[in-house]
Design a protein around this ligand. Sequence first.
Ligand code: ASP
Length: 440
Amino acid sequence: MLKVLKFGGSSMASAAQYAKVRAIVEADESRRVVVVSAAGKRSKDDHKITDLLYLCHAHMKYGVSCDSVFGMISQRYLEIRDELGLSTDLEGELERIRTAMESGISEAELASRGEYLSARLMADYLGFEFVDAVRWLRFRMDGTVDQDWSYAALKKLADGKKIVIPGFYGALADGSIRTFTRGGSDITGALAAAALDAEVYENWTDVSGILMADPRIVKDPEPIPCLTYAELRELSYLGAQVLHEDTIFPVAEKNIPLNIRNTNEPDHPGTIIMERFEEDDSSDDERRFITGIAGKRDYAVVSISKRGLSSQVGAIRKAFEIFENYGLAVEYTPNGIDTFSLVVSGAKLEKLLHSIVAQIQEKLAPDEIQVTKDLAIVAAVGRRMANRPGISGRIFSALGDEGINIRLISQGPREVNVILGVDGKDFARAVQVLYDSFVK
Ligand code: ASP
Protein backbone atom coordinates (compact mmCIF):
# COMPACT_ATOMS: atom_id res chain seq x y z
CA MET A 1 0.00 0.00 0.00
CA LEU A 2 1.33 3.39 -0.93
CA LYS A 3 -0.04 6.89 -0.56
CA VAL A 4 1.37 9.95 -2.29
CA LEU A 5 1.03 13.19 -0.33
CA LYS A 6 1.52 16.70 -1.62
CA PHE A 7 1.92 19.59 0.79
CA GLY A 8 1.25 23.08 -0.52
CA GLY A 9 3.02 26.34 0.32
CA SER A 10 1.06 27.12 3.47
CA SER A 11 1.96 23.68 4.88
CA MET A 12 5.65 24.43 4.23
CA ALA A 13 5.65 28.02 5.45
CA SER A 14 7.33 27.63 8.86
CA ALA A 15 8.93 25.18 11.28
CA ALA A 16 5.58 24.83 13.07
CA GLN A 17 3.97 23.76 9.78
CA TYR A 18 6.78 21.24 9.12
CA ALA A 19 5.96 19.69 12.51
CA LYS A 20 2.32 19.25 11.47
CA VAL A 21 3.44 17.66 8.20
CA ARG A 22 5.64 15.18 10.03
CA ALA A 23 2.82 14.19 12.39
CA ILE A 24 0.57 13.57 9.37
CA VAL A 25 3.17 11.50 7.50
CA GLU A 26 4.07 9.45 10.56
CA ALA A 27 0.44 8.68 11.38
CA ASP A 28 0.24 6.21 8.48
CA GLU A 29 2.99 3.78 7.36
CA SER A 30 1.72 3.84 3.77
CA ARG A 31 2.43 7.57 3.43
CA ARG A 32 5.74 6.92 1.71
CA VAL A 33 6.01 9.52 -1.04
CA VAL A 34 5.89 13.21 -0.15
CA VAL A 35 5.83 16.03 -2.71
CA VAL A 36 6.40 19.57 -1.46
CA SER A 37 5.87 23.16 -2.60
CA ALA A 38 8.11 26.09 -1.83
CA ALA A 39 7.45 27.91 1.43
CA GLY A 40 4.27 29.96 1.16
CA LYS A 41 2.90 32.83 3.19
CA ARG A 42 2.87 32.64 7.00
CA SER A 43 0.36 35.46 7.21
CA LYS A 44 -1.57 37.70 4.86
CA ASP A 45 1.23 40.25 4.45
CA ASP A 46 3.99 37.68 4.04
CA HIS A 47 5.58 36.65 0.72
CA LYS A 48 5.64 33.38 -1.16
CA ILE A 49 9.19 32.19 -1.79
CA THR A 50 8.36 31.49 -5.44
CA ASP A 51 7.23 35.09 -5.92
CA LEU A 52 10.51 36.29 -4.39
CA LEU A 53 12.51 34.01 -6.70
CA TYR A 54 10.75 35.40 -9.78
CA LEU A 55 11.39 38.87 -8.38
CA CYS A 56 15.12 38.06 -8.03
CA HIS A 57 15.24 37.02 -11.65
CA ALA A 58 13.51 40.20 -12.76
CA HIS A 59 16.10 42.23 -10.79
CA MET A 60 18.91 40.34 -12.50
CA LYS A 61 17.38 40.90 -15.90
CA TYR A 62 17.37 44.66 -15.45
CA GLY A 63 20.77 44.75 -13.75
CA VAL A 64 19.40 45.71 -10.31
CA SER A 65 20.91 44.10 -7.23
CA CYS A 66 18.72 41.40 -5.75
CA ASP A 67 20.76 40.98 -2.57
CA SER A 68 17.98 42.01 -0.25
CA VAL A 69 15.35 39.77 -1.89
CA PHE A 70 17.73 36.83 -1.95
CA GLY A 71 18.51 37.59 1.69
CA MET A 72 14.81 37.23 2.56
CA ILE A 73 14.69 33.86 0.82
CA SER A 74 17.82 32.59 2.54
CA GLN A 75 16.71 33.79 5.92
CA ARG A 76 13.36 32.05 5.62
CA TYR A 77 14.86 28.63 4.97
CA LEU A 78 17.70 29.04 7.48
CA GLU A 79 15.14 29.94 10.11
CA ILE A 80 13.07 26.81 9.42
CA ARG A 81 16.19 24.62 9.51
CA ASP A 82 17.46 26.10 12.77
CA GLU A 83 14.09 25.95 14.49
CA LEU A 84 13.79 22.31 13.55
CA GLY A 85 17.35 21.62 14.78
CA LEU A 86 18.42 20.15 11.43
CA SER A 87 21.97 20.14 10.07
CA THR A 88 21.13 20.34 6.34
CA ASP A 89 23.94 22.21 4.55
CA LEU A 90 21.76 25.09 3.40
CA GLU A 91 24.67 27.52 3.31
CA GLY A 92 26.28 25.33 0.63
CA GLU A 93 23.02 25.09 -1.31
CA LEU A 94 22.42 28.83 -1.19
CA GLU A 95 26.01 29.50 -2.27
CA ARG A 96 25.53 27.20 -5.28
CA ILE A 97 22.38 29.11 -6.27
CA ARG A 98 24.24 32.42 -5.92
CA THR A 99 27.06 31.17 -8.15
CA ALA A 100 24.57 29.99 -10.76
CA MET A 101 22.88 33.38 -10.63
CA GLU A 102 26.16 35.07 -11.40
CA SER A 103 26.58 32.98 -14.52
CA GLY A 104 23.04 33.68 -15.77
CA ILE A 105 20.67 31.10 -14.30
CA SER A 106 17.42 30.61 -16.25
CA GLU A 107 14.19 31.97 -14.80
CA ALA A 108 12.74 28.45 -14.51
CA GLU A 109 15.77 27.09 -12.67
CA LEU A 110 15.81 29.95 -10.20
CA ALA A 111 12.04 29.70 -9.61
CA SER A 112 12.40 25.97 -8.97
CA ARG A 113 14.84 26.46 -6.09
CA GLY A 114 12.03 27.09 -3.61
CA GLU A 115 10.68 23.57 -4.05
CA TYR A 116 14.23 22.19 -4.12
CA LEU A 117 15.17 23.73 -0.76
CA SER A 118 11.83 22.78 0.82
CA ALA A 119 12.31 19.17 -0.25
CA ARG A 120 15.89 19.04 1.03
CA LEU A 121 14.77 20.21 4.45
CA MET A 122 11.69 18.03 4.57
CA ALA A 123 13.66 14.92 3.57
CA ASP A 124 16.07 15.48 6.45
CA TYR A 125 13.27 16.23 8.87
CA LEU A 126 11.32 13.09 8.00
CA GLY A 127 14.42 10.91 7.59
CA PHE A 128 13.27 10.13 4.01
CA GLU A 129 15.47 10.05 0.91
CA PHE A 130 15.56 13.21 -1.23
CA VAL A 131 14.81 12.47 -4.90
CA ASP A 132 15.33 15.46 -7.16
CA ALA A 133 12.54 16.03 -9.70
CA VAL A 134 15.08 16.33 -12.52
CA ARG A 135 15.84 12.63 -12.06
CA TRP A 136 12.38 11.51 -13.08
CA LEU A 137 10.04 14.25 -14.31
CA ARG A 138 10.87 14.58 -18.00
CA PHE A 139 9.44 17.32 -20.21
CA ARG A 140 9.37 17.07 -23.98
CA MET A 141 10.49 20.00 -26.12
CA ASP A 142 6.84 20.96 -26.71
CA GLY A 143 6.34 21.44 -22.97
CA THR A 144 4.26 18.30 -22.35
CA VAL A 145 5.34 15.67 -19.84
CA ASP A 146 6.77 12.41 -21.19
CA GLN A 147 4.65 10.23 -18.94
CA ASP A 148 6.07 6.85 -19.98
CA TRP A 149 9.66 7.93 -19.38
CA SER A 150 8.82 9.74 -16.14
CA TYR A 151 6.68 6.96 -14.68
CA ALA A 152 9.32 4.29 -15.38
CA ALA A 153 12.05 6.47 -13.85
CA LEU A 154 10.09 7.21 -10.68
CA LYS A 155 9.10 3.57 -10.21
CA LYS A 156 12.78 2.66 -10.11
CA LEU A 157 13.76 5.53 -7.82
CA ALA A 158 10.92 5.02 -5.34
CA ASP A 159 11.03 1.25 -5.21
CA GLY A 160 10.36 0.21 -1.60
CA LYS A 161 11.66 3.54 -0.28
CA LYS A 162 10.33 6.54 1.57
CA ILE A 163 11.09 9.64 -0.45
CA VAL A 164 10.56 13.41 -0.63
CA ILE A 165 10.26 15.02 -4.07
CA PRO A 166 10.22 18.73 -4.92
CA GLY A 167 7.10 19.74 -6.84
CA PHE A 168 6.64 22.27 -9.68
CA TYR A 169 9.58 21.36 -11.94
CA GLY A 170 11.30 18.69 -13.95
CA ALA A 171 13.85 18.68 -16.74
CA LEU A 172 14.10 18.43 -20.50
CA ALA A 173 16.20 15.64 -22.01
CA ASP A 174 19.25 17.95 -22.05
CA GLY A 175 18.95 18.42 -18.27
CA SER A 176 17.70 22.01 -18.34
CA ILE A 177 15.00 22.79 -15.81
CA ARG A 178 11.43 23.52 -16.78
CA THR A 179 8.53 24.39 -14.48
CA PHE A 180 4.81 23.94 -14.76
CA THR A 181 2.68 27.07 -14.59
CA ARG A 182 2.09 28.54 -11.12
CA GLY A 183 0.61 26.14 -8.60
CA GLY A 184 2.09 23.23 -10.54
CA SER A 185 3.25 21.15 -7.56
CA ASP A 186 -0.29 19.74 -7.61
CA ILE A 187 0.53 18.22 -11.00
CA THR A 188 3.82 16.77 -9.78
CA GLY A 189 1.91 15.03 -6.99
CA ALA A 190 -0.68 13.67 -9.41
CA LEU A 191 2.01 12.38 -11.76
CA ALA A 192 3.87 10.71 -8.87
CA ALA A 193 0.62 9.07 -7.69
CA ALA A 194 -0.12 7.81 -11.19
CA ALA A 195 3.46 6.61 -11.74
CA LEU A 196 3.40 4.57 -8.55
CA ASP A 197 -0.23 3.39 -8.82
CA ALA A 198 -0.90 4.92 -5.43
CA GLU A 199 -3.92 3.90 -3.44
CA VAL A 200 -4.74 7.58 -2.97
CA TYR A 201 -3.30 10.99 -3.81
CA GLU A 202 -3.61 13.18 -0.72
CA ASN A 203 -3.34 16.87 -1.52
CA TRP A 204 -2.75 18.70 1.76
CA THR A 205 -3.60 22.39 1.81
CA ASP A 206 -5.12 24.95 4.17
CA VAL A 207 -8.83 24.30 3.60
CA SER A 208 -10.81 21.26 4.64
CA GLY A 209 -11.72 20.29 1.11
CA ILE A 210 -13.49 21.99 -1.74
CA LEU A 211 -16.27 24.22 -0.50
CA MET A 212 -19.83 24.19 -1.84
CA ALA A 213 -19.64 27.87 -2.69
CA ASP A 214 -17.18 30.73 -2.67
CA PRO A 215 -16.55 31.71 0.98
CA ARG A 216 -16.20 35.34 -0.10
CA ILE A 217 -19.89 35.22 -1.01
CA VAL A 218 -21.45 32.60 1.25
CA LYS A 219 -20.52 32.64 4.93
CA ASP A 220 -18.92 29.35 6.07
CA PRO A 221 -20.03 27.18 3.17
CA GLU A 222 -19.97 23.44 3.80
CA PRO A 223 -17.14 21.39 2.31
CA ILE A 224 -18.08 18.88 -0.38
CA PRO A 225 -17.42 15.34 0.90
CA CYS A 226 -17.45 13.53 -2.47
CA LEU A 227 -16.96 14.95 -5.93
CA THR A 228 -16.51 13.41 -9.37
CA TYR A 229 -13.79 14.56 -11.74
CA ALA A 230 -16.48 15.86 -14.10
CA GLU A 231 -18.05 17.95 -11.34
CA LEU A 232 -14.65 19.27 -10.33
CA ARG A 233 -13.99 20.39 -13.90
CA GLU A 234 -17.31 22.24 -13.99
CA LEU A 235 -16.73 23.92 -10.63
CA SER A 236 -13.12 24.88 -11.20
CA TYR A 237 -13.78 26.17 -14.70
CA LEU A 238 -16.14 28.64 -13.14
CA GLY A 239 -13.85 29.80 -10.43
CA ALA A 240 -13.67 27.29 -7.54
CA GLN A 241 -9.90 27.39 -7.09
CA VAL A 242 -8.26 24.72 -5.00
CA LEU A 243 -6.19 22.71 -7.42
CA HIS A 244 -4.15 23.52 -10.51
CA GLU A 245 -6.54 22.75 -13.36
CA ASP A 246 -4.25 20.14 -14.93
CA THR A 247 -4.00 18.12 -11.74
CA ILE A 248 -6.78 15.68 -12.35
CA PHE A 249 -5.71 14.22 -15.69
CA PRO A 250 -2.94 11.85 -14.49
CA VAL A 251 -4.97 10.54 -11.54
CA ALA A 252 -8.25 10.37 -13.45
CA GLU A 253 -6.55 8.25 -16.13
CA LYS A 254 -5.81 5.64 -13.49
CA ASN A 255 -8.89 6.25 -11.40
CA ILE A 256 -6.83 7.08 -8.32
CA PRO A 257 -8.88 8.89 -5.68
CA LEU A 258 -7.74 12.43 -4.97
CA ASN A 259 -8.27 13.52 -1.39
CA ILE A 260 -8.05 17.23 -0.52
CA ARG A 261 -7.08 17.61 3.14
CA ASN A 262 -6.24 20.35 5.59
CA THR A 263 -2.81 20.29 7.27
CA ASN A 264 -4.23 22.49 10.03
CA GLU A 265 -7.18 20.17 10.64
CA PRO A 266 -5.76 16.70 9.94
CA ASP A 267 -8.72 14.78 11.34
CA HIS A 268 -11.15 16.33 8.86
CA PRO A 269 -11.81 13.86 6.01
CA GLY A 270 -11.77 16.68 3.40
CA THR A 271 -13.04 16.10 -0.13
CA ILE A 272 -12.63 12.84 -2.05
CA ILE A 273 -12.60 13.18 -5.84
CA MET A 274 -13.16 10.11 -7.99
CA GLU A 275 -14.43 9.10 -11.41
CA ARG A 276 -17.65 7.78 -9.91
CA PHE A 277 -19.15 6.74 -6.60
CA GLU A 278 -21.27 3.75 -5.72
CA GLU A 279 -24.03 5.58 -3.96
CA ASP A 280 -27.58 5.31 -2.93
CA ASP A 281 -29.50 7.56 -5.31
CA SER A 282 -32.93 6.76 -3.97
CA SER A 283 -32.79 9.45 -1.30
CA ASP A 284 -35.08 12.40 -1.79
CA ASP A 285 -32.97 14.59 0.43
CA GLU A 286 -32.91 17.77 -1.65
CA ARG A 287 -29.75 18.97 0.03
CA ARG A 288 -27.89 16.24 -1.81
CA PHE A 289 -28.95 17.19 -5.33
CA ILE A 290 -26.46 20.00 -5.76
CA THR A 291 -22.79 19.26 -5.19
CA GLY A 292 -21.58 22.81 -5.50
CA ILE A 293 -22.31 26.28 -6.81
CA ALA A 294 -19.77 28.21 -8.81
CA GLY A 295 -19.76 31.25 -11.02
CA LYS A 296 -17.83 34.04 -12.63
CA ARG A 297 -18.51 37.64 -13.47
CA ASP A 298 -17.52 39.72 -16.44
CA TYR A 299 -18.95 37.94 -19.41
CA ALA A 300 -20.31 39.69 -22.48
CA VAL A 301 -22.95 38.44 -24.91
CA VAL A 302 -22.90 39.18 -28.60
CA SER A 303 -26.35 38.47 -30.06
CA ILE A 304 -26.78 38.28 -33.81
CA SER A 305 -30.25 38.45 -35.36
CA LYS A 306 -31.27 38.03 -38.96
CA ARG A 307 -34.54 37.02 -40.54
CA GLY A 308 -34.29 33.48 -41.91
CA LEU A 309 -31.07 32.83 -39.98
CA SER A 310 -32.09 29.38 -38.75
CA SER A 311 -32.25 28.05 -42.30
CA GLN A 312 -29.06 29.75 -43.44
CA VAL A 313 -26.37 27.08 -43.74
CA GLY A 314 -22.99 27.92 -42.18
CA ALA A 315 -23.98 31.16 -40.44
CA ILE A 316 -23.01 29.98 -36.97
CA ARG A 317 -19.75 28.57 -38.27
CA LYS A 318 -18.88 31.92 -39.84
CA ALA A 319 -19.51 33.71 -36.55
CA PHE A 320 -17.39 31.19 -34.66
CA GLU A 321 -14.61 31.62 -37.18
CA ILE A 322 -14.51 35.37 -36.58
CA PHE A 323 -14.05 34.85 -32.83
CA GLU A 324 -11.52 32.11 -33.46
CA ASN A 325 -9.44 34.35 -35.69
CA TYR A 326 -9.17 36.82 -32.84
CA GLY A 327 -8.25 34.04 -30.37
CA LEU A 328 -11.39 34.66 -28.34
CA ALA A 329 -12.96 31.52 -26.84
CA VAL A 330 -16.75 31.25 -27.10
CA GLU A 331 -17.96 29.84 -23.79
CA TYR A 332 -21.70 29.37 -24.31
CA THR A 333 -24.03 29.74 -27.29
CA PRO A 334 -27.69 30.13 -26.39
CA ASN A 335 -29.84 30.19 -29.54
CA GLY A 336 -33.23 31.39 -30.69
CA ILE A 337 -34.81 30.75 -34.08
CA ASP A 338 -33.45 33.73 -35.94
CA THR A 339 -31.02 34.82 -33.23
CA PHE A 340 -27.97 33.31 -31.75
CA SER A 341 -25.71 34.58 -29.02
CA LEU A 342 -22.09 34.06 -28.20
CA VAL A 343 -20.98 34.41 -24.62
CA VAL A 344 -17.35 35.46 -24.24
CA SER A 345 -14.99 37.02 -21.70
CA GLY A 346 -15.99 40.66 -21.23
CA ALA A 347 -12.45 41.93 -20.69
CA LYS A 348 -11.14 40.25 -23.83
CA LEU A 349 -14.07 41.38 -25.97
CA GLU A 350 -13.63 44.98 -24.86
CA LYS A 351 -10.33 45.30 -26.70
CA LEU A 352 -11.56 43.63 -29.89
CA LEU A 353 -15.17 44.78 -29.99
CA HIS A 354 -15.01 47.16 -32.94
CA SER A 355 -13.05 44.81 -35.18
CA ILE A 356 -15.28 41.87 -34.34
CA VAL A 357 -18.52 43.77 -34.95
CA ALA A 358 -17.14 45.01 -38.28
CA GLN A 359 -16.30 41.46 -39.30
CA ILE A 360 -19.77 40.20 -38.33
CA GLN A 361 -21.33 42.98 -40.43
CA GLU A 362 -19.20 42.05 -43.37
CA LYS A 363 -19.49 38.26 -43.25
CA LEU A 364 -23.06 37.79 -41.97
CA ALA A 365 -24.87 41.01 -42.87
CA PRO A 366 -27.22 40.64 -39.87
CA ASP A 367 -30.33 42.76 -39.22
CA GLU A 368 -29.08 43.51 -35.73
CA ILE A 369 -26.07 42.98 -33.50
CA GLN A 370 -26.56 43.49 -29.80
CA VAL A 371 -23.78 43.50 -27.23
CA THR A 372 -24.67 43.03 -23.57
CA LYS A 373 -21.95 43.61 -21.03
CA ASP A 374 -21.56 42.65 -17.38
CA LEU A 375 -23.25 39.29 -17.47
CA ALA A 376 -22.42 36.81 -14.71
CA ILE A 377 -22.60 33.06 -15.06
CA VAL A 378 -23.79 30.99 -12.13
CA ALA A 379 -23.75 27.21 -12.29
CA ALA A 380 -25.38 24.67 -10.04
CA VAL A 381 -23.30 21.51 -10.41
CA GLY A 382 -24.36 18.07 -9.25
CA ARG A 383 -24.15 14.52 -10.56
CA ARG A 384 -27.41 13.68 -8.77
CA MET A 385 -29.35 16.22 -10.81
CA ALA A 386 -29.21 13.90 -13.82
CA ASN A 387 -32.53 12.24 -14.64
CA ARG A 388 -34.24 13.93 -11.74
CA PRO A 389 -37.20 16.09 -12.71
CA GLY A 390 -37.94 19.31 -10.89
CA ILE A 391 -34.44 20.52 -10.01
CA SER A 392 -34.34 23.25 -12.64
CA GLY A 393 -37.82 24.31 -11.58
CA ARG A 394 -36.63 24.72 -8.02
CA ILE A 395 -33.63 26.72 -9.15
CA PHE A 396 -35.73 29.07 -11.28
CA SER A 397 -38.37 29.64 -8.67
CA ALA A 398 -35.78 30.25 -5.93
CA LEU A 399 -34.21 32.98 -8.06
CA GLY A 400 -37.58 34.30 -9.25
CA ASP A 401 -38.84 34.61 -5.67
CA GLU A 402 -35.87 36.86 -4.97
CA GLY A 403 -36.53 39.01 -8.03
CA ILE A 404 -33.41 37.87 -9.85
CA ASN A 405 -33.84 37.97 -13.59
CA ILE A 406 -32.37 35.03 -15.50
CA ARG A 407 -30.93 36.18 -18.81
CA LEU A 408 -29.57 32.94 -20.16
CA ILE A 409 -30.11 29.25 -19.49
CA SER A 410 -27.99 26.32 -20.56
CA GLN A 411 -27.74 22.69 -19.54
CA GLY A 412 -25.25 20.16 -20.85
CA PRO A 413 -26.57 16.82 -22.11
CA ARG A 414 -24.91 15.01 -19.21
CA GLU A 415 -27.08 17.03 -16.86
CA VAL A 416 -24.35 17.62 -14.29
CA ASN A 417 -24.90 21.34 -14.41
CA VAL A 418 -27.51 24.02 -14.85
CA ILE A 419 -25.89 27.20 -16.08
CA LEU A 420 -27.59 30.55 -15.70
CA GLY A 421 -26.68 34.02 -16.83
CA VAL A 422 -27.69 36.89 -14.56
CA ASP A 423 -26.85 40.58 -14.42
CA GLY A 424 -23.46 41.22 -12.82
CA LYS A 425 -25.16 43.13 -10.01
CA ASP A 426 -27.22 40.04 -9.10
CA PHE A 427 -24.27 37.63 -9.07
CA ALA A 428 -23.52 37.31 -5.36
CA ARG A 429 -27.21 37.23 -4.47
CA ALA A 430 -27.87 34.47 -7.01
CA VAL A 431 -25.10 32.30 -5.51
CA GLN A 432 -26.42 32.94 -2.00
CA VAL A 433 -30.04 32.20 -2.95
CA LEU A 434 -29.10 28.88 -4.55
CA TYR A 435 -26.98 27.93 -1.58
CA ASP A 436 -29.73 28.81 0.87
CA SER A 437 -32.43 26.96 -0.99
CA PHE A 438 -30.50 23.74 -1.59
CA VAL A 439 -27.99 23.48 1.21
CA LYS A 440 -29.15 25.26 4.31
N1 ASP B 1 5.63 27.24 -5.65
C1 ASP B 1 4.97 27.26 -6.91
C2 ASP B 1 4.03 28.44 -6.96
O1 ASP B 1 3.96 29.22 -6.04
C3 ASP B 1 4.30 25.97 -7.24
C4 ASP B 1 3.33 25.44 -6.22
O2 ASP B 1 3.32 25.86 -5.08
O3 ASP B 1 2.53 24.56 -6.57
O4 ASP B 1 3.36 28.62 -7.94
